[in-house]
Design a protein around this ligand. Structure first.
Ligand SMILES: [Zn+2]
Length: 407
């Protein structure tokens, strides 16, 4: 999809109506098929879906370069669907088959240009249809159940994995969202045609002042747009590339909060998303490491009542809804136990009854972290993955799963 574009100039001010339109456009863009990158709100909506029994098909397909050649993805798709039909009764099979045909048709129509794979969530009966481009490769998988199967996606849901990239210039400004190395253009703003406006009727000595004022007005509107889009996409940082005079005027109108999460980089304003991703990569990495370091220090230095620093303690706080930010060592993997009755998660696999509610309706789980991430999502907690090796070691002094608490 092409980036949305608009003009902000002396004839088109950034009014409250235009601002609302930008919000609506960004939202619509994220909902719209074909393939969208995943926004957090989009993700939460998926997590809340429950069809009350109707089967939803969740399908993950890796799209390596080899699989993109011809229709090579098709044999992997057939293998997945074959496997699922073997364990299914007649009625469910018919409904699932219709959904799988829809998915196959969508793949036939178009593979996502971006990313390393695709995920589908479909239930024709309930009008559910989502197709999502995946920024990282996830293993092929198909799952049928009353709720979308989101666990594989949770590993790419870290807060600092999503950043807003703004490229400003007098002729045009462009906004991108960068998610785990995939960069997508979402907005393009045409600048002032200053030369055209400064005719001979404007006295020569007034021209510079007027041009400067126009640039400042534009920088103010762009700063305001940055705040709106960043909030909508829940990005953790801003990456900015701007000529010096616009840069200063733009920064003057950013909130303190945004300024503290700003990084600078250099790129050509006409560059492709891939080139912009490459140009911004180093700064992005620095910002991520800085955030990881900040969080690990915060966990270490906070008052003991404001943090949980043991795995089981963190799981308990999660199910009580007390977690503000869940901090997870990206490489941590462990088995665990889930209580079907009260929803609590346990680090130990040797339980005969639930320590929280006393029921015996327990199930073993093969990935405790994914189960914890799902709870974090449902309870609107933020998630930060610690990926830098030195920070992972520092986190491991206490536990690979910790949290900053709301109360
Ligand atoms: Zn229980």
């Amino acid at each position: 999809m092409k980036a949305l574009s608009l003009a902000i100039d002396a004839h088109h001010a950034l009014t409250p109506e235009l601002r609302e339109q930008i919000v609506q456009n960004v939202r619509a863009r994220l909902q719209d098929p074909p393939y969208r990158l995943l926004s957090p709100e989009h993700f939460r909506t998926l997590a809340m879906l429950d069809t009350a029994g109707h089967p939803v098909v969740s399908l993950y397909l890796e799209l390596t370069p080899e699989r993109r050649v011809g229709r090579a993805w098709q044999s992997a798709f057939s293998a997945l669907t074959h496997q699922v039909f073997q364990t299914m009764d007649e009625a469910v099979r018919n409904s699932v088959n219709a959904d799988l045909q829809d998915i196959q048709r969508a793949l036939d129509d178009q593979l996502p240009e971006l990313g390393r794979g695709a995920a589908f969530f479909a239930c024709r009966e309930r009008g559910i249809w989502r197709q999502i481009a995946l920024p990282i490769p996830l293993p092929d998988r198909i799952q049928i159940g009353p709720r979308p199967y989101l666990r594989p996606l949770l590993r790419c849901w870290g807060r600092s994995d999503r950043m807003l990239v703004a490229l400003l210039s007098r002729e045009q400004s462009r906004f991108f969202v960068s998610h785990l190395g995939t960069v997508e253009e979402i907005y393009r703003v045409k600048g002032q045609r200053i030369r055209g406006m400064l005719t001979d009727r404007v006295p020569r000595d007034r021209r510079d002042a007027l041009a400067n004022q126009l640039m400042k007005d534009e920088a103010k509107a762009l700063a305001s747009m940055t705040e709106v889009i960043g909030r909508e996409l829940e990005t953790s940082h801003f990456l900015l590339c701007a000529p010096p005079d616009m840069n200063a005027a733009f920064r003057a109108h950013l909130s303190k909060e945004s300024l503290s999460r700003l990084g600078m980089f250099e790129a050509n304003v006409h560059a492709s998303p891939t080139e912009i991703g490459a140009a911004a990569a180093a700064v992005q990495e620095q910002l991520k490491v800085r955030e990881e370091r900040g969080l690990v220090d915060q966990l270490r230095e906070a008052s003991p009542v404001a943090v949980s620093t043991g795995v089981q303690e963190t799981l308990d706080c999660l199910s009580e809804g007390r977690v503000l930010t869940l901090v997870a060592d990206d490489s941590y993997a462990a088995d665990g136990t889930h209580c079907r009755q009260c929803g609590c998660l346990f680090e130990t696999t040797q339980l005969s009854k639930c320590p929280a509610c006393g029921e015996t309706d327990l199930e073993p789980i093969d990935d405790l972290v994914e189960a914890a991430l799902q709870q974090a999502l449902e309870r609107r907690a933020q998630v930060v993955f610690i990926r830098d090796p030195a920070r992972r070691l520092a986190l491991a002094e206490k536990a690979p799963l910790q949290a900053l608490l709301r109360y």
